[in-house]
Design a protein around this ligand. Structure first.
Ligand SMILES: Cc1cc2nc3c(=O)[nH]c(=O)nc-3n(C[C@H](O)[C@H](O)[C@H](O)COP(=O)(O)OP(=O)(O)OC[C@H]3O[C@@H](n4cnc5c(N)ncnc54)[C@H](O)[C@@H]3O)c2cc1C
Length: 391
């Protein structure tokens, strides 16, 4: 791959990353070996559920899922490392969006338990997350509560020995594949809503799943909770701590959406370079057309700027200096610039760019959702503006 397109960590600005550069080089070495092995023995993506399970097993076999769980429970680092998660997502997303999703859902779905679950729940669940034996999901969004998360209406009502959950969650990644869901619900009466979190095994009576089809391979669907009983031991955090936990999750994972977008853009730019060099029109390679060179230069510059923002935000979080506006800028810049890089790739490929089965066509479908989930671009702008305008 063109050196300019390798991850920021390897060739440029090692100082941007938290911690020891040698450690990141070692992680990149194992990622490169993993990708080589995956290319030699690919996982078929025509069945989304089988692909999710297959990818989870392969990621576990390579030890990569250890990065989604704290060391005390079979993971790689004491807390989660944002830098490692970003690096891994960037590498995985170059190959496949479904592979990236299989990786990140283990962290997104289990991190609230790592942060605030009871000791017994952590002891029984988290090592199984790291080994791929338990597949996880994160259930926050509802039909009437997307960007406006405080509008969730799923209720947790006290019952002997626990609570019962009633409500509908939608756009839940891994719905139907997951072994368990971290579910956020409204708890208690009163004028001020109180949100709480619960770990809900997928086989809980009253839990049902209806799948949704989105434009790129992604196991996703609606989760209906009809009087689902959750014992006290599966409560995650104190009553009322749910929103704080959801935000704690975002601290780590929002910036990593930007890293996945970097991976998709890496691939788009590499494909564009190769195509421009090989495609001859008007008697010479397209790469010799200055108009296309200028477009490529713009894309590469935006891409490196986005990498700086992503790894700066990840390093800040790993060094205890996390700020929501840094993560928001990183996510917005990386997903928006990746969309432009991919659109440029499609354009440079001409008719081939929109041909089903070609890489630019796949990337074009895969990037789109990243500008929407974990806070759409407009929501990131609200976060950034709030930080600027606060007294
Ligand atoms: C592929 C995919 C995977 C997902 N996985 C999960 C998951 O695993 N778990 C989970 O809980 N959720 C998940 N989601 C849901 C995702 O987080 C929501 O779709 C997202 O938060 C946006 O909510 P919404 O779709 O209801 O859009 P809406 O909130 O209805 O927003 C629609 C549009 O209006 C804009 N908008 C909203 N409010 C404002 C405002 N105040 N000012 C300006 N513009 C505004 C938004 O930016 C957006 O462009 C996933 C979504 C997708 C597409």
């Amino acid at each position: 791959m063109n050196m300019l397109l390798t991850p920021y960590v390897t060739e440029r600005g090692l100082g941007t990353l938290a911690g020891d550069p040698a450690r990141w080089r070692a992680l990149e070495g194992s990622l490169a070996a993993f990708i080589d092995e995956l290319k030699a023995r690919p996982v078929a993506e025509d069945d989304e559920d089988a692909a999710a399970r297959g990818y989870t097993a392969r990621l576990a076999g390579a030890g990569l899922l250890m990065w989604t769980v704290p060391a005390a429970h079979g993971g790689a680092t004491e807390g989660l490392s944002s830098t490692a998660i970003c690096l891994i997502r960037q590498w995985l997303a170059r190959e496949s969006g479904a592979l990236d999703t299989a990786f990140v859902m283990q962290g997104l779905g289990s991190y609230p338990v790592a942060l605030a679950g009871g000791e017994e729940l952590k002891r029984t669940l988290l090592p199984r997350v790291a080994s791929g034996a338990a597949i996880c999901a994160f259930a926050l969004t509802e039909p009437e509560a997307g960007s406006d998360v405080k509008n969730i209406s799923t209720t947790a009502t006290a019952a002997p020995g626990g609570v019962t959950l009633e409500g509908v969650k939608c756009f839940i990644s891994n719905a139907g594949v997951a072994d368990g869901y971290t579910v956020f619900a409204r708890e208690g009466e009163g004028p001020k809503p109180r949100f709480s979190a619960f770990w809900v095994p997928a086989d809980s009576p009253g839990l049902s799943v209806q799948r949704t089809k989105v434009i790129a391979p992604h196991p996703i669907g609606r989760v209906k909770l009809s009087g689902v009983f959750v014992p006290d031991e599966h409560r995650v955090g104190e009553p009322g701590a749910g929103l704080k936990l959801a935000l704690g999750n975002l601290d780590v994972f929002r910036v990593s959406v930007g890293a996945a977008a970097l991976g998709l853009a890496d691939r788009a730019i590499a494909e564009t370079v190769a195509r421009l060099k090989s495609r001859v029109q008007f008697g010479k390679p397209l790469a010799e057309q200055q108009g296309l060179q200028f477009a490529l230069a713009d894309v590469a510059t935006e891409h490196l700027a986005a990498q700086l923002l992503v790894y700066r935000a990840a390093a800040a979080r790993d060094e205890g200096r996390a700020s929501s506006d840094m993560a928001a800028m990183a996510k917005m810049a990386a997903t928006e610039s990746a969309q432009r890089a991919i659109d440029r790739a499609v354009q440079c490929f001409g008719g081939l760019g929109v041909t089903v089965g070609e890489v630019p066509e796949r990337l074009y479908r895969e990037i789109r959702a990243l500008r929407i989930y974990e806070g759409a671009t407009e929501v990131q702008k609200l976060v950034i503006a709030r930080a600027l305008l606060q007294d």
